[in-house]
Write a new protein. Structure first.
Length: 249
């Protein structure tokens, strides 16, 4: 059971108490540190189509959404044909998988956290990535069996920032939104989680703190989360009572 006091600035709005049953992870930038590979693949694919995509443009056009959504944005910005967009998307996927074979790195601290949470909470993933990529990486990191439900870009009609991905995971896990805590790293993902009615923790792996301010909590590394999901005392309004324990202040 957790009690969380919700604030707007210095104004106390309300206190909510509910049992946390499920932890839902985003994937890219939360479990696997592969955003540099996505950027490298997109920029190289673009270069092959005579499109110069800067790091800033990649972040603005592609980060936190599906590859297809990113490709559509690139098409609109640079005036590509539909055929060129599809070829670019295919080439990006090929390059990403090639890079991935030699360069898979989990986000620092996430494997240890997942192992601590295993058996205490239901664990799921909601991601804009493609299932083949997710399955491959989870197998390589030896954590595939830890997640009972995985919802990918191919499993939903509306991707993040829509609430559908997180609602789909909750439904498949057999829990309601208020029983879920989400870990995200992008504004798009945060909006998706909050729209689904879930508590959201943002980690600063790919974005600055000021870009993640819509999350309930912001952390810089996973050491700030303990296995009972209490956070550091710098968040005095977050009081974990403990599953099945007595109420706190």
């Amino acid at each position: 059971m957790i009690k969380s006091t919700i604030f707007r600035g210095r104004e106390k709005l309300c206190t909510v108490a509910h049992m946390i049953k499920a932890i839902i992870f985003d994937f890219n930038g939360v479990i696997v540190d592969d955003e540099p590979l996505h950027e490298k693949a997109f920029r190289q694919a673009c270069a092959e189509f005579d499109v110069s995509l800067s790091s800033e443009e990649y972040a603005a056009l592609c980060l936190g959404i599906t590859d297809r959504q990113g490709a559509v944005r690139i098409q609109e910005k640079f005036g590509l044909t539909d055929e060129a967009r599809e070829k670019l998307l295919q080439r990006k996927s090929q390059l990403y998988l090639e890079f991935l074979k030699h360069d898979i790195h989990p986000v620092v601290g996430v494997i240890g956290l997942i192992q601590k949470l295993k058996g205490k909470f239901l664990l799921g993933i909601a991601t804009a990535a493609y299932r083949g990529e997710v399955e491959f990486i989870l197998q390589e990191l030896n954590i595939r069996d830890t997640f009972s439900i995985i919802v990918t870009a191919q499993d939903v009609v509306k991707s993040k920032p829509d609430a559908e991905p997180y609602l789909a995971v909750a439904k498949k896990l057999g829990v309601i939104p208020v029983e879920c805590v989400v870990i995200e790293d992008t504004p798009s993902g945060i909006k998706s989680a909050k729209s689904a009615g879930m508590t959201c923790i943002a980690i600063t792996t790919t974005r600055r703190r000021d870009e993640l301010k819509q999350a309930d909590f912001i952390i810089d590394n996973f050491s700030e989360i303990s296995s009972d999901f209490s956070l550091l005392k710098k968040y005095p309004h977050f009081d974990v009572v403990g599953q099945g324990g007595d109420g706190g202040s």
